[in-house]
Design a protein around this ligand. Structure first.
Ligand SMILES: O=C(O)CCC(=O)C(=O)O
Length: 349
């Protein structure tokens, strides 16, 4: 698995001021898309403290269930990841992307693998490119880490990422337990697939662009995993979620919240009850935008297919997705360019 090497957009903008957009990044069709205005639509907000509170958890769990069915996206407030862990992560990600290009290149991706500083999903020389640089790392379980790609600058990067990764993993596990119960399953039904579950992180740096309406920061896609928790590092808006009518709803990040989304594996596990929704990132004309996406997937030894408990009482033809081993699933995902939900289509029976 690999992605073809591409130039750093941050370095290109630093050299040219970002006024000139090379043809490989130009996607003028984006400007024609309908985007919801302020107050028109917003993804739901779920309060983690209420989910855990005996007196109100039932109502909040019902809201979570509806959010997963209808939106596949929500903002999670009052999660218990300490402020210093969140703020430390933000500062270290900003610190890393603020380093000189030569220093960042010390953790550049290498041919044949995905981890490191670079880009993902570039599979051909004539494919349109995203206006972003990324750092992609395996973070859990710890034995899956390749420290070769973990920056040692800023000096607190590694210890901060270690603490952040464990804290976010813990929130994801508890959310998956509540979702299992909401689906009428044992609380550990999904988690049991995740013993030795995998977490990876994608740190995104989206430079500003004078012609922001002609480029895309992150192409429309859905995530391959079970559950993604995104931290908006600097509160610059850019994430947009696609609605069924084809319009895009901007996410207005709440201070300290995680933006959480259902991934393709959860859509497959739940045989379509929960929806993994297409999303994209757009670019700001003035300011760089940064985000950290934490992807949570089952163990690499798990099989990916509809959970038997959710389909046994239905007619076999209602089973919507194939069952494949997790390794083949990941290989398939990373071998094509991101194109909306086309990957999930290939998993359909
Ligand atoms: O930049 C964002 O807010 C979202 C990033 C994202 O969709 C991803 O990393 O999968």
């Amino acid at each position: 698995m690999e992605s073809l090497p591409v130039p750093s957009v941050q370095a290109m903008v630093a050299a040219t001021g970002g006024a000139h957009v090379p043809p490989r990044y130009l996607r003028p069709e984006v400007a024609a898309d309908a985007v919801a205005g302020d107050g028109e639509a917003a993804i739901p907000i779920i309060d983690f403290e209420r989910l855990l509170h005996p007196e109100v958890c039932r109502d909040e769990s019902a809201r979570l269930h509806t959010a997963c069915q209808e939106w596949g996206f929500f903002q999670l407030i009052n999660h218990d990841v300490p402020d210093d862990v969140i703020e430390g992560m933000k500062a270290n990600v900003e610190g890393f992307f603020g380093l000189p290009a030569e220093t960042k290149k010390q953790v550049a991706q290498e041919r044949g693998q995905l981890e490191g500083y670079g880009q993902l999903f570039v599979v051909s020389e004539d494919q349109k490119l995203d206006w972003a640089d990324i750092l992609y790392l395996n973070t859990q379980p710890p034995q899956h880490r390749n420290m070769r790609f973990w920056p040692d600058k800023p000096g607190t990067f590694r210890s901060t990422l270690d603490a952040y990764s464990a804290a976010v993993n813990n929130v994801a596990d508890r959310l998956l337990g509540i979702m299992s119960t909401n689906l009428g399953l044992q609380p550990e039904a999904i988690a049991s697939k995740c013993v030795g579950g995998i977490q990876s992180m994608r740190m995104n740096y989206y430079p500003p662009c004078a012609e922001a309406d002609k480029v895309v920061g992150f192409s429309p896609h859905s995530d391959a995993d079970l559950l993604t928790l995104v931290l908006q590092v600097n509160q610059v808006q850019g994430l947009q979620v696609k609605r069924d009518d084809g319009s895009w709803v901007p996410v207005r990040p709440l201070q300290g919240a995680f933006v959480v989304n259902v991934g393709d594996i959860l859509q497959i596990f739940t045989n379509g009850r929960y929806r993994s929704i297409e999303h994209r990132a757009v670019i700001n004309t003035e300011r760089a935008r940064l985000s950290v996406a934490a992807f949570h997937s089952p163990s690499i030894h798990a099989t990916i297919g509809p959970l038997r408990e959710l389909v046994t009482d239905q007619e076999p033809e209602i089973v919507m997705y194939k069952t494949v081993d997790h390794e083949s699933f990941m290989r398939l995902f990373f071998s094509a360019k991101l194109e909306g939900k086309s990957f999930l289509q290939r998993m359909k029976l």
